[in-house]
Design a protein around this ligand. Structure first.
Ligand code: FE2
Length: 576
């Protein structure tokens, strides 16, 4: 029996669990997929001990392990470090008892220790380790990457106190170079501006990124240059960047510092170019920070490869600018760049850096979550009163439907780990139809009309319309926005390209599919190719305003209340 490490994240949100055995990732899943609450829980001072119960239970069961077989628990947060750095800040306007106040930080500290006590109780033979949050983000991207030595950049809202970590990974070691402290937080800027524009704090940043694409930073009504306004608040420095917290007022509900720059706080999302220009201004300055940090890191390391993680690195447009404008030749982004990924990072960091093992965990795909047997799927269909027809060639049948303009839900194999559906819990449509985009946004996904869609494309066809970099890493996980080859390519695949407001360059964030990684999905793309001449589908996550579906029952519920045409689940096809 080898060494079993259980990686756990529960400090803020995106609670998750990962099981690592002898340096091999056996499974990883976010609690939101089970409890059906987006991000699993809100970030509060008093709920760090709300553990990812079902994720933990699944991780253990799927690996065929009993609680007393866990040797180590790797927890992706350090409460003592947190308390020391935050309890004496005395920030203006922060409500007593909240993050950043002595009372709030004492409460947070207590609940983190409660989480540890409960984990020790459940796994009595395991040695418990609190690990610093950014080392876990850094560990989640570098150790599973293919690089023996790489620069590493972690950017999020906040860890214990730092918001950005720059360092170097070599073999089984991570070494810090520079850390940027709160309140200089790019993640928090995105959260606060999301709220200012009427989005919610958790799902907002992703939507604001899509919103930014439809305009440029110059306000249509006012002529204001919002990038310039953001540059007054976010400044590049020799040691990274600073954020003016007199304006942002993080940790308060006060938006008045933002009003002179960006107008009054919007009570709800306003679908106007003026607001989109504010988003575009933030996007522009975020890209400038990314490029600046990457150049800084390159200057200090002289390395070719950069590995990134942390919620802000889900920004596929900013990631692409690093590849385009800095000396780095290779860019690897952890597909679960959010806090969910720190469960993997904590386990990997413990295995490699703390325990000193030379072998590193691999991450060749994100299919690390639950899967279901044919019998389980059949039972779920029966229970729901749905008739599934067993198909002898499902990829072919589904490709035909998609080619004919149908929208088909696709449920196969193991659930993806991370926020992107990559062909196991996906909704598929024809990327060549212009009208499919508004149909999907308005009628199927019930979401804002400006939200973009991305394609899954066979590796062999990826470069036909898109400028795919030779290093595929980011392009395999929808983490890199790449331009079309020529303007007319945008007309060939109109449903999966965005015309970027500021540059008017059409881009797409592809999921490049290698047949050895997902054979049945690659087969479907081959069938698309035989029909349309192009091995590509539009791929959007299988959910409607909820976490991505996990079980057959989730899939069936989502399908039933949707306007999708069909559901391909395991070997079965259900049509309306
Ligand atoms: Fe984080």
């Amino acid at each position: 029996m080898g060494t079993v490490i259980l990686g756990v994240n529960s400090a803020y949100h995106e609670s998750s669990a990962c099981i690592l055995k002898d340096g091999v990732i056996l499974g990883a899943v976010e609690e939101e997929r089970f409890n059906r609450i987006k991000h699993a829980k809100c970030s509060r001072v008093d709920n760090a001990d709300e553990l990812p119960d079902r994720a933990l239970a699944w991780a253990l069961k799927s690996a065929g392990l009993k609680p007393n077989q866990v040797d180590h628990i790797a927890f992706s947060f350090d409460p003592d470090e947190r308390l020391k750095a935050n309890k004496d800040l005395h920030e203006k306007g922060v409500p007593t008892g909240d993050f950043g106040t002595p009372e709030g930080e004492e409460t947070f500290h207590r609940h983190l220790h409660k989480a540890a006590a409960e984990l020790k109780r459940r796994f009595p033979k395991a040695e418990f380790h609190f690990l610093r949050h950014h080392l876990c983000h850094a560990g989640s991207t570098f150790f599973p990457s293919r690089h023996e030595k790489a620069a590493v950049l972690a950017i999020d809202g906040i860890g214990e106190f730092n918001t950005t970590w720059l360092g170097i990974g070599e073999g089984n070691r991570l070494t810090p170079i520079l850390e940027i402290p709160y309140p200089n937080s790019l993640g928090f800027v995105w959260e606060k501006i999301s709220e200012h524009l009427g989005f919610d704090v958790y799902s907002g940043p992703g939507k604001v990124m899509g919103y930014a694409c439809i305009s440029d930073p110059i306000g249509e009504d006012t002529g204001v240059d919002y990038a310039e306004r953001f540059r007054r608040v976010i400044r590049l420095t020799d040691s990274g960047f600073t954020v003016d917290n007199e304006v942002m007022r993080f940790r308060t509900r006060d938006f008045s510092g933002l009003e002179p720059l960006f107008g009054p706080r919007r009570p709800a999302i306003v679908d106007r170019y003026e607001e989109a220009s504010i988003a575009a201004g933030l996007q522009t300055v975020t890209e400038e920070v990314f490029v600046h940090l990457a150049r800084l890191l390159h200057k200090k390391t002289g390395l070719d490869a950069l590995c990134m993680a942390g919620g802000v690195t889900l920004n596929c447009v900013a990631n692409a600018r690093i590849l385009r404008e800095t000396p780095f030749k290779y860019l690897h982004v952890m597909p679960a760049a959010n806090d969910g990924g720190t469960a993997v990072g904590a386990a990997a960091y413990l295995w490699c850096h703390v325990l000193g093992n030379k072998s590193r965990p691999r991450l060749d795909h994100t299919y690390l979550g639950p899967e279901y047997t044919e019998a389980e799927i059949e039972t779920a269909l029966d229970t729901a009163g749905l008739k599934g027809v067993k198909s002898d060639d499902l990829p072919r049948q589904v490709a035909r439907m998609v080619y004919d303009g149908k929208v088909v839900a696709w449920f196969q194999g193991r659930l993806e780990f991370g926020p992107r559906a990559l062909g196991n819990r996906s909704i598929l449509a024809d990327p060549c139809r212009f009208d499919i985009r508004s149909r999907l946004n308005n009628k199927v996904k019930e979401r804002e009309s400006f939200r973009p869609f991305a394609p899954s494309v066979l590796l062999s066809d990826a470069s036909r319309h898109l400028q795919i970099p030779s290093d595929l890493d980011g392009a395999e996980y929808m983490l890199l926005a790449v331009p079309v080859n020529e303007p007319r390519d945008a007309q060939r695949i109109p449903a999966v390209v965005q015309e970027n407001g500021s540059t008017r360059v059409a881009t797409s964030r592809p999921h490049v599919v290698r047949p050895e990684v997902n054979p049945i999905y690659a087969r479907l793309l081959e069938e698309m190719k035989s029909l349309s001449g192009l091995g590509m589908v539009l791929n959007t996550s299988f959910n409607i305003s909820e976490p991505i579906v996990c079980s057959p029952a989730d899939a069936i519920n989502c399908y039933k209340r949707s306007k999708m045409d069909a559901l391909a689940i395991g070997p079965f096809l259900v049509s309306r």
